[in-house]
Ligand binder design. Structure first.
Ligand code: PLP
Length: 398
């Protein structure tokens, strides 16, 4: 027998599979709404001006590419942490915060998951139903059993808040709860701040371990606004994990820029935790790469570039909002009587459109419009040229 003889073919990633089908489609009218990427109105992934300026400066500086410290670039970590906790976080002053440069949000989740397995090996992990498809696989790979908590209510296209609270009440103490801090992927449905307050309280009462995942900061209502949930948790001083990503907000998907932030209960704990998380990183990939981290760090730490970035980020956010409004209006224009106003209250890049998998199939085969079989569409892939076509196609399959 050969070494790899018994290796079975892994199931295809459903979204990447969709992309392959899309690429092979020869219709010129085709539209890919299956992706999790922001496109500009020209249908291109933007290179932000703030990023470009920082890159030019970096090339001109002709800096050497030595190894970074295991935890990454100091100013990158400081900047990433301040976006989450604010500039004057008392936790930071007390030495109760730690931030590690990570390989995207995914890398942050993985480092966090591996470290959690080390310190609380018997915990269960709970993710929202539904959630980003990699959450389950990632925590299972780290050795945890993964279950779900109630989240989306298909009947209202909104949040099943009662169900969510009931799920939390039934969780064993020390369960790890993965929460999308804003712009829930895949539904676009977020709890209100009032609801979050109840969630936070319950998490504290039930002695659960929050793991906040924030991959779309700035795509909801703004950088500061979208950090409110993180700060709600931070204000209570609960020990927690936060994975954050700059992939979308800097349009730097391939640079793998993210961060893992931990809140501990004392400076002494922080010292010990720091040493252990460094070991997790060291044995995974040793230390993070230089380029993307340097770019993000330059932008976060230069008032001028920061202001430019924030403006560009608002531009992306507003364009998505505009697409939501146009989609709803155009569906009406094309004779749809069903109410799609829920699309307007959803946040971030995605919308759970309520389309059935049969309707999604027909969108693809009859119109070349690609969406995820769950009905998730990426609103950030709509633009002034394809939106009318998409609205008409949806109207025809309803
Ligand atoms: N978490 C959520 C909820 C996401 O939607 C994504 C990306 O799609 C990630 C994490 C991972 O982001 P990154 O590409 O930075 O690894």
């Amino acid at each position: 027998t050969t070494l790899f003889e018994s290796v079975e073919l892994a199931p295809r990633d459903p979204i990447l599979g969709l992309n392959e089908q899309y690429n092979a489609d020869t219709r010129s009218s085709k539209v890919n709404l299956g992706v999790g990427v922001y496109y500009d109105d020209e249908g291109r992934i933007p290179l932000l001006k703030a990023v470009h300026k920082a890159e030019v400066a970096r090339i001109e500086a002709a800096a050497a590419r030595g190894y970074l410290p295991i935890e990454g670039i100091k100013n990158y970590n400081k900047g990433a942490q301040e976006l989450l906790l604010g500039k004057d976080s008392p936790l930071a002053k007390e030495g109760r915060t730690l931030t590690f440069q990570a390989l995207g949000g995914t890398g942050a989740l993985k480092i966090g998951a591996d470290f959690l397995k080390q310190i609380t090996p018997d915990s269960k992990v709970f993710i929202s139903n539904p959630s980003w498809e990699n959450h389950r696989a990632l925590f299972e790979r780290a050795g945890f059993p993964v279950e779900t908590y109630a989240y989306y209510d298909a009947a209202t296209h909104g949040l099943d808040f009662e169900g969510m609270l009931a799920s939390f009440k039934n969780m064993p103490a020390k369960s790890i709860v993965v929460l999308h801090a804003c712009c829930h992927n895949p539904t676009g449905v977020d709890p209100t701040l009032e609801q979050w307050k109840q969630i936070v309280q319950l998490i504290q009462e039930k002695d659960l371990i929050p793991f906040l995942d924030i991959a779309y900061q700035g795509f909801g209502d703004g950088l500061e606004e979208d950090a409110k949930v993180v700060r709600l948790f931070a204000d209570l001083g609960i020990s927690m994990f936060i994975s954050s990503s700059f992939s979308k907000s800097f349009s730097l998907y391939g640079e793998r820029v993210g961060a893992l932030t931990l809140i501990t209960s004392s400076a002494d704990e922080s010292t010990r935790v720091l040493s252990q998380v460094k070991r997790v990183i060291r044995t995974n990939y040793s230390n993070p790469p230089t380029h993307g981290g340097t770019i993000v760090s330059s932008v976060l730490n230069s008032p001028e570039l920061f202001a430019l970035w924030e403006e560009e980020l608002s531009g992306m956010r507003n364009r998505i909002r505009d697409m939501r409004q146009q989609l709803v209006a155009k569906l009406k224009e094309h004779g749809v009587t069903q109410n799609f106003d829920f699309v307007l209250s959803q946040r971030g890049m995605f919308s759970y459109s309520g389309l059935t998998s049969d309707q999604v199939d027909r969108l693809r085969t009859e119109h070349g419009v690609y969406a995820v079989s769950s009905g998730r569409i990426c609103v950030a892939a709509l633009n002034s040229r394809n939106i009318d076509y998409v609205a008409k196609a949806i109207a025809q399959v309803l």
